[in-house]
Design a binder for this molecule. Structure first.
Ligand SMILES: Nc1ncnc2c1ncn2[C@@H]1O[C@H](COP(=O)(O)OP(=O)(O)OP(=O)(O)O)[C@@H](O)[C@H]1O
Ligand SMILES: [Mg+2]
Length: 245
């Protein structure tokens, strides 16, 4: 296995799940086998975003309770060869403990190149489980102070839990809105405030958002998908220049 990456944010709705799916799709298109783990117990949504809701029978909690094997909870995504999903429990009280998730990832992870864990928002018990197996983290923020403070909080929690490789994803970037709101001078200011190394800026792009929300593959030529492919390249150690101005 090459890496286990958790996608986190302090504030809800910054685009963690969209980035998880887009990144998983991009890594898969580049020849990797990728497992996406939905850790948002009680609020799961990756099954919809990956178009597998109809076939979904078991989730992580069923494997933990012994109702099925761990392998039974791994679903291949139609249209995206090499991309697989382990769905979150439907009920929040079935949330999986951190050490148990760690064992699950250790068990199935070896047959994948990348495991991407989609964390719930905040720094509660779901977040603690999501980060437990991870080797590195992407913190997803939008260009607003509340979102950025959430990113700082999450990054500090990640560091306290021993994850030092933390990169920043600025999602839903809209140059016009950014300038009109004038909350920040430029992107450098956001990078300075978070004290995180930027791995990519994903533009606001409703064509990708609509495709993912309807369980379809995004157009690989759309701006957000291009940005996510660049992030996938950087994750794999390729040198792709960042365009921050
Ligand atoms: N780059 C983007 N351009 C336009 N819309 C986006 C983009 N990224 C995400 N969205 C939209 O923002 C909303 C929140 O996205 P998403 O569900 O991925 O966030 P989240 O961080 O996973 O939320 P939660 O904290 O509830 O789990 C959705 O309506 C999604 O379609
Ligand atoms: Mg989500």
């Amino acid at each position: 296995m090459k890496d286990i990456i958790v996608i986190a944010s302090g504030k809800g709705g910054t685009g963690k799940s969209t980035v998880s799916v887009g990144l998983g799709t991009a890594l898969t298109a580049q020849g990797n086998r990728v497992l996406l783990i939905d850790c948002d117990s009680g609020m799961r949504g990756l099954d919809i975003m990956l178009g597998i809701t109809q076939n979904l029978v078991f989730d992580i909690a069923d494997a933990v309770s012994g109702s099925c094997t761990v392998e039974n909870t791994v679903y291949p995504c139609p249209d995206k060869k090499g991309l697989f999903l382990m769905p979150a429990p439907l009920n929040a009280y079935d949330e999986v403990a951190p050490q148990i998730l760690g064992q699950i990832v250790q068990g199935v992870g070896s047959i994948f190149d990348y495991v991407i864990i989609d964390s719930p928002a905040g720094v509660g018990s779901g977040f603690e489980a999501a980060i437990y197996p991870a080797k590195r983290a992407l913190v997803v923020v939008n260009t607003e102070p509340t979102s950025i403070r959430g990113g700082q909080t999450v990054a500090s929690k990640l560091r306290n839990c021993g994850i030092s490789d933390i990169r920043l994803v600025v999602n839903r970037f809209n140059r016009t809105t950014f300038k009109k709101m004038a909350l920040y001078e430029d992107m450098d200011e956001i990078i300075d405030i978070t004290a995180l190394q930027l791995i990519g800026i994903v533009p606001e792009d409703y064509s990708l958002a609509a495709a993912i929300q309807s369980g379809k593959s995004g157009d690989s030529a759309c701006p957000a998908m291009k940005a996510l492919c660049n992030i996938a390249d950087r994750i794999q150690g390729k040198l792709v220049p960042l365009m921050i101005r």
